[in-house]
Design a binder for this molecule. Structure first.
Ligand code: GRF
Length: 212
């Protein structure tokens, strides 16, 4: 079984979508071994406790990023986490963290990267006036919202959308995209060429099914 480590800072709806997908058997042979938050009051942390999962709070407390991250890495290792899923984790990872888990940290971002990285991606999309935005699941590298893209799902911007309405529709797609991306990565049926995620044959077949 592959053990997942979840990092979150807030609501935790993506974490719950992942946990539900595991419970439904949509992510083969995986389990969440630890949920870590940098904020003790994060609702996602309470939700993890309510599900009986192991949790930890590791706050920044004015420490250097590398020090906080060293504690997080120690906690992840203690719980045997092999794939790390950032789920609304509002801290940049230190280079040491990224190096400790090569191509084994995923993040979800509420835009079609490389458009609108950083905070308030949905507001950025509205302000820019795009017709289509969406969400992206990507590997984490040492730059913000930048690593190899595993999966994207588009969401149209509708007339009259405000930030809340658009965010809600993107979030629905995030909850589909993140479990699917985790399942793909755990299947191991891919290679990475330059910065392109390339699905292997069996995987392409299922993608073609989706397109039909
Ligand atoms: C999501 O929009 C995600 O894309 C972004 O932060 C938000 C987290 O939401 N990285 P939740 O805590 O998973 O509900």
């Amino acid at each position: 079984m592959t053990r997942l480590g979840i990092l979150l800072s807030g609501r935790g709806s993506n974490f719950l979508a992942i946990a539900d997908a595991i419970d439904r058997g949509q992510i083969d042979n995986a389990g969440i071994s630890i949920v870590i938050s940098n904020r003790a009051e994060a609702p996602g942390l309470a939700a993890a406790r309510a599900r009986g999962l192991a949790t930890a709070v590791i706050e920044a407390r004015g420490r250097k990023r590398a020090e906080q991250d060293a504690e997080i890495i120690a906690c992840l290792r203690e719980h045997g986490a092999e794939l790390i899923c950032l789920a609304g984790y509002m801290r940049l990872l230190s280079p040491e963290f990224v190096v400790a888990y090569p191509q084994a940290i995923l993040n979800i971002h509420p835009s079609l990267l490389p458009a609108f990285p950083g905070l308030d991606a949905q507001r950025q999309a509205l302000q820019y006036g795009v017709g289509i935005t969406g969400c992206t699941v990507h590997f984490v590298d040492d730059q913000l919202d930048h690593g190899v893209i595993v999966l994207q799902r588009p969401v149209p911007v509708l007339d009259g959308d405000d930030e809340a309405a658009l965010s809600a529709r993107i979030l629905e797609q995030e909850h589909i995209a993140y479990p699917e991306a985790i399942a793909r990565v755990l299947s191991g049926n891919y290679t990475i060429a330059d910065r392109r995620y390339v699905a292997r044959a069996s995987h392409n077949a299922s993608l073609l099914e989706e397109i039909k």
